[in-house]
Design a protein around this ligand. Structure first.
Ligand code: DCP
Ligand code: MG
Ligand code: MG
Length: 359
């Protein structure tokens, strides 16, 4: 049996602001862009939530609901720093830590439990350490699966600790609204409600075939989760050291234009991966294989990190041109980037932009 924790900071951005500025403590605080700039609320302190203020709400609405609320602009670097510190506290307990965003992570503590630890005590100890070392509060859900631990961490916020003991998964889920179930978005929820299904227990009681007919594989999966069956593992992402893409030609070529064209295409693929991983690197690498299978790489380190397809394609293109001489023909071309620096783009930013119109 597995023992999973899901830990999530209470009112993360707002709590960090209250931590760094004692005058904000105990007060309604909202973090986000200004009402004049059509900003939205990224995070609201629990004092502000008492007035109905919520994340993703226009700042104007927040100020109407709670005129005394103090607005603060977001400081992503600081949140990132705290995030790194909390993740390293988690990793002291177990290497099996899967961050979901800056403020939350899954931890697989099965090995700690096997050594005699009690899940509830492990979670309480973790909360204590985070409070003592960071001055912040995490809520934790404890369960035998990720999906239930995640629901549980949200049950008793702020300063929550909810344990779903082995065997009680189904009865824990039973009375909860279907929207709490993993993978049930607004559209699916609407369709379920139209069928008279409102509680997770209603899904668990449905016939598998009935669900498959209406919702396909997703229906079968929903039923499994509703029954408390979820064995998805905590995934530890290895630190990315390099990102690359390569291609082998159907027939060898020495044509400079065709080669540059491929370099551009590969650069686009690499750039897309860099964006997804929020990375930018300073070392650009070109890999080449000749018709006789000789394989080699050429690389250069730039003064500033690159992330865009254009910049990459230009640097890799320069490396390529230096290799185009004589009758050389190529079987394979690859483009890669390493020497990473953290990207300026914040992981939370796309969510923000989506809500903030002209920002
Ligand atoms: N965030 C954001 N825009 C959103 C939601 C969240 O920018 N629409 C940011 C600000 C939050 C942080 O992500 O502080 C963490 O998100 P959570 O959903 O965990 O929300 P909070 O930590 O603020 O509150 P809670 O106590 O409900 O976890
Ligand atoms: Mg949170
Ligand atoms: Mg969160």
């Amino acid at each position: 049996m597995r023992h999973i924790l899901h830990a999530d900071f209470d009112a993360f951005y707002a709590s960090v602001e209250q931590l760094d500025n004692p005058r904000l403590r105990g007060k309604p605080v909202v973090v986000g862009g200004s009402a004049e700039g059509r900003g939205v609320v990224a995070s609201a302190s629990y004092e502000a939530r008492e007035h109905g203020v919520r994340s993703a709400m226009p700042m104007r609405t927040a100020q109407r609901l709670c005129p005394q609320a103090i607005r603060v602009g977001a400081r992503f670097d600081r949140y990132r720093e705290i995030s790194q510190r909390v993740m390293s506290i988690f990793r002291d307990l177990t290497p099996l830590v899967e961050p979901l965003s800056l403020d939350e992570a899954y931890l697989d503590v099965s090995a700690v439990v096997d050594e005699g630890g009690k899940p509830a005590e492990i979670a309480a100890g973790l909360k204590r350490r985070v409070r003592e070392e960071l001055g912040l509060v995490v809520s934790i859900g404890v369960a035998t699966s990720k999906s239930i631990a995640k629901i549980a961490s949200d049950m008793d916020k702020p300063d929550g600790l909810t344990v779903v003991s082995p065997g009680s998964e189904r009865s824990f889920l039973e009375p909860l609204p279907i929207r709490d179930l993993w993978g049930v978005g607004p559209r699916t929820a609407e369709r379920l409600v139209a069928e008279g299904i409102e509680k997770i227990g209603d899904i668990a009681r449905q016939d598998e075939e009935w669900l498959r007919e209406r919702f396909g594989r997703q229906g079968v999966q929903m039923r499994r989760l509703a029954l408390g069956e979820d064995d998805s593992p905590v995934v530890v992402l290895r630190e990315t050291k390099s990102v690359s893409a390569e291609t082998t030609f159907a027939s060898d070529t020495g044509d400079p234009e065709a080669l540059q064209e491929v370099v551009s295409r590969l650069s686009q693929r690499v750039a897309q991966q860099l964006r997804r991983k929020q990375l930018q690197g300073r070392t650009v690498k070109l890999k080449l294989r000749l018709s006789d299978f000789t394989t080699f790489t050429r690389q250069r380190t730039l003064p500033i990190a690159v992330q865009s397809a254009d910049e990459l394609s230009r640097s890799a293109g320069e490396l390529l041109r230096a290799e185009l001489y004589g009758r050389r023909r190529f079987r394979l071309v690859g483009v890669g980037v390493s020497g990473f620096e953290q990207s300026n783009e914040d992981p939370e930013e796309p969510r923000q932009l989506r809500f903030s119109g002209f920002g």
